[in-house]
Ligand binder design. Sequence first.
Ligand SMILES: [Zn+2]
Length: 528
Amino acid sequence: MSKLIRKTMALAVSAAVLSTAMSPSFAAEPTVGGQESVQDWYEAGNDFVRDANRLHRSMHKAKNVILFVGDGMGISTETAARILEGQIIGNTGEEHRLSFEKFPYLALSKTYSWDQQTSDSAPTMTAMVTGYKAREGMLSVNHLTTRGECDPAVIEANSLSTILEQSAAAGKSTGIVSTARLTHATPAATFAHTSVRDWEADSNKPTGCAVKDIAQQLIELSPTVSKSLKVAMGGGRTYFMPKTMVDPEYGSKGRRNDGRDLTAEWVNTRGANAQYVWSKAGFDAVNPNTTSHLLGLFENSHMQYEADRAADKSGEPSLTEMTEKSIQMLQKNRKGFFLHVEGGRIDHAHHAGNAKRALLDAIELSKAVQKAYEMTDPEETLIIVTADHSHTFTIAGYPHRGNDILGLVAEVPDVDGNAPEAAKDKLGLPYTTLGYANGPGWRDAVATGQKRPDLSATDTAALNFMQEATVPLGSETHAGEDVAVHATGPMAHLVHGSMEQNWIYHVMREALDLSEHHHHGRDHKNQH
Ligand SMILES: [Zn+2]
């Protein structure tokens, strides 16, 4: 009998009937399935069609745009995060929706770059913020740029103007928030122009290379962008500190060779009401009404995963709290704002083969989106939620409805009973629903004589559990399939169908009515 037919039969009879008909050991198993009545499914479908018929296109221009990027948040990550959040609040989980899954418009984004089938974050974010597909590892410069280009004039000539810079030129306020280092690829693509994403501090560059490092670029923005960038918050503190300076949180040293303290330079160059904070207490004390320009650097490197945040030495704001404070800062400008918010560490947890931290960070991103939606007027703010690229993350097997998304695959009770589904290895070992096609989760079980590890006594929902991977790699990789683009607000209907990733920029530009500010290169008049 095929698996599907067996499953259909099992679903057709109630769990009560099954429990009397089946073996006694099976009778003790919990009932599986949802709470919905037969009518519920039909009514929900009717509601969906009714709401879809009422959808109207907001044809007017957007005053504000918020671009949320879940770094590495592929569609399987959205699905698993949705289920996990639903299970955390006590439901079966599958029927749950993340905040942005309620947005009316959706598209698929093709994430390849000019030279990569599967991309890294540099060209993908460059595509979203400049409108052009660029090369591996390069930030907001065109594909004609040579890797390792150290001539500032060449970088200048090949630079691509970003949506943040164009919003600044249009008189809007701008902001950047990330749980990764502010100098990391995704946030950096909004303000930096360089051929090597790793040049985050001057000590990361080859000696004598005259192109400004990324931290320096954030401090030495053009006057227009510098005035406009009201808020920049994330990690990466040591990239802004000289090697002689002691870190306030950890007592370690900065990593700048040039002796510059860029955090002090931020305060000194942004006017009398500029502020720099590095702890949760400092963050909480910031009054958005009296602060003109806010720099927050809450970790030496990346900020903590949401799962570990409460244990941080000096405390950190959550992504939701940073989003809230940023919008409070930016809403003061009646001409509107452009804000980029990155859930930067979904990607890092996936690279580590650690699904639980990735999903908890994706849930936190969803909460930040919810906060932004509540704080803004849907008639004037376009909110886009997408990812730069996917990961090799899978949801597999035939787990029953409500099965712990972090657990071993347990099928709908049927003739096999409710034991975890066994794999076809010699010992018939169970396996987890979540897995990776590659990465550090591959177990070298040769020594034990097994082909796979026996997870039957392992807590697969533990925070540090690493899901199994098919191919052993030190770091799990990105994946090349499309990612989702969710949108709501003015011009959100332009997000539709199968899109090239760089078209996201064109949607935002159209929504913000920035056409007259668009250049193939940057506005040279605004440069230092
Ligand atoms: Zn990555």
